[in-house]
Design a protein around this ligand. Structure first.
Ligand code: ATP
Ligand code: MG
Length: 463
């Protein structure tokens, strides 16, 4: 069993395993998630590694990782198949052997019985653990994790190795429940990271407005990443000072001061603040739009969509947020012109201006508004490419329509629906154009509701 000696985890090594990663079949999202979670705990990530399902390679990688950092977090390879070799590799690296853990076996048998299945010899493999390691319970799957300590020539002597299953839905709660409480962040260092998502502003303008705040020698440091039309600002404070409640409070005050300076400079383009492991900007935008509609404070309470080139992606973004049913009524995927007409776009409009035009976008939005009975409706029509572009309408041309009924801020109750459309030229490939169109549609609605029609800002990629 693992002793209770306490180490300082000042650096971590994240080791992902699986042939799927080595063959490019699977994107390693566990390393990304774990990095953010460790940074939030004040532990720096020294290196990421990935290795295939070969026992010797796994063992070599574990030893290398253990010599590099006193904390190693591994993911994958704990299942019942022959390709799941993490347990064996730990034994090889720690000069240990597998033993059947009777408690694990009975828990596994009970879990399978609840699903109406029996414990097969293959599945029984998961009830084995290296004799000197501890099992980490898994409430969401059959593969328990492993906590081992491995000897190393490095100055710290022993490295903590936590092995978690590959599926993110199992790894994340296991990390939170069983690994996080055992982490020993250094006591002489305070690290604090905060993210701000910014929407509707080009990166150059943002950098210009932030001015000296983004200088590389500042503490806290402010970094910017752009993705899908949303900028993420990372405020990072790191200092050698006692990791005490006072030290952390002082760090939080420094980060608060930078955050409020950023908010002063960027105004309502800033939509969210969270810790390093916070959700991505796109999810957040959808969540915020739903929240704004749900609160009803700004006018419209319900939303519909009419989508052409995005083929349902906007509806997907909205419905991926739990609780969206209270504001999102649904929509229409009107890919063919015939269906655009059936929903309510005039044939003359299509004939005169084409399916990708401001006029069509407006009529799609009005048609969606009328047919759905929602308070507002977003419509997207465009050319996602790679084919279908022309000189007049190149690939990336998208028109987004927004129609709203009587309930928008400033509008008179009972007045006729209002509609406007905006013209964008998105860059990137088909996936980028579709994704950017959805993000932009949500940003349009967000600013319209926040500011009213007259003062919505010009958005990124707007023509
Ligand atoms: P299982 O009992 O589910 O087999 P496991 O620990 O053996 O768990 P793997 O077989 O390595 O895990 O991976 C199972 C699945 O978990 C993969 O098919 C993939 O969907 C997901 N997964 C594994 N590693 C990662 C990773 N690094 N990032 C994201 N997802 C991952
Ligand atoms: Mg597996």
């Amino acid at each position: 069993m693992v002793s209770s000696v306490q180490f300082v985890h000042d650096r971590a090594f994240i080791l992902s395993t699986g042939d799927e990663i080595m063959t490019g079949q699977l994107q390693d999202s566990n390393a990304r998630w774990l990095s953010a979670a460790l940074i939030d705990e004040g532990i720096l990530v020294a290196e990421h590694g990935a290795v295939g399902d070969v026992e010797k390679d796994l063992c070599d990688a574990i030893l290398r990782a253990a010599a590099k950092a006193p904390l190693v977090i591994m993911s994958g390879g704990l299942g019942p198949t022959d390709g799941d070799l993490t347990r064996e590799a730990i034994c090889r690296a720690a000069d240990d052997q597998l033993v059947l853990d009777p408690k694990l076996r009975s828990e596994l048998a009970a879990m399978l019985a609840r699903r109406g299945r029996e414990l097969t010899p293959r599945q029984e493999r998961q009830a084995f653990r290296p004799s000197r390691a501890t099992a980490i319970p898994n409430a969401f799957g059959t593969a328990p994790g492993v906590h081992a300590r491995i000897q190393t020539q490095a100055p710290w002597g022993l490295t903590d190795v936590f092995c978690l299953p590959g599926p993110p839905g199992e790894l994340r709660p296991m990390f939170a429940a069983a690994v996080r409480p055992l982490l020993r962040p250094p006591q002489d260092r305070v690290v604090l990271t905060r993210l701000l998502h910014v929407v509707g502003m080009p990166e150059a303008e943002c950098v210009q407005k932030l001015g000296e705040l983004t200088k590389r020698d500042r503490v806290p440091l402010v970094g910017i990443t752009a993705s899908g039309g949303i900028l993420t600002l990372r405020i990072r404070y790191e200092a050698r000072e006692p990791n005490s409640p006072q030290g952390r409070a002082a760090a939080a005050a420094r980060v608060d001061a930078v955050e409020s300076e950023i908010r002063d400079r960027l105004g309502d383009h800033v939509m969210f603040t969270g810790a390093a492991g916070a959700i991505g900007g796109m999810d957040h935008l959808a969540r915020q739009v739903i929240e704004m509609l749900r609160s009803g404070s700004a006018g419209p309470r319900t939303l519909a969509v009419v989508e052409s080139c995005t083929g349902g992606m906007l509806g997907e973004m909205l419905t991926s947020i739990s609780g969206s049913s209270s504001v999102f009524v649904g929509g229409f995927i009107t890919y063919a012109n015939a269906l655009k007409e059936r929903v309510g776009v005039l044939p003359e409009t299509l004939a005169c201006f084409g399916a990708v035009s401001a006029q069509t976008a407006r009529e799609m939005a009005l048609a969606g508004l009328g047919r759905s009975g929602a308070d507002c409706c977003l419509a997207i029509t465009g050319i996602a490419g790679p084919d279908g572009g022309s000189d007049a309408k190149p690939v990336g041309t998208v028109h987004i329509g927004l129609a709203w009924g009587s309930s928008l801020r400033g509008a008179d109750i009972g007045s006729v629906p209002e509609v406007h459309s905006r013209h964008f030229l998105f860059t990137g490939d088909r996936a980028d154009v579709r994704c950017r169109a959805c993000v932009t549609a949500l940003a349009m609605l967000r600013f319209l509701v926040l500011r009213g029609e007259a003062s919505t800002p010009k958005l990124l990629w707007e023509v």
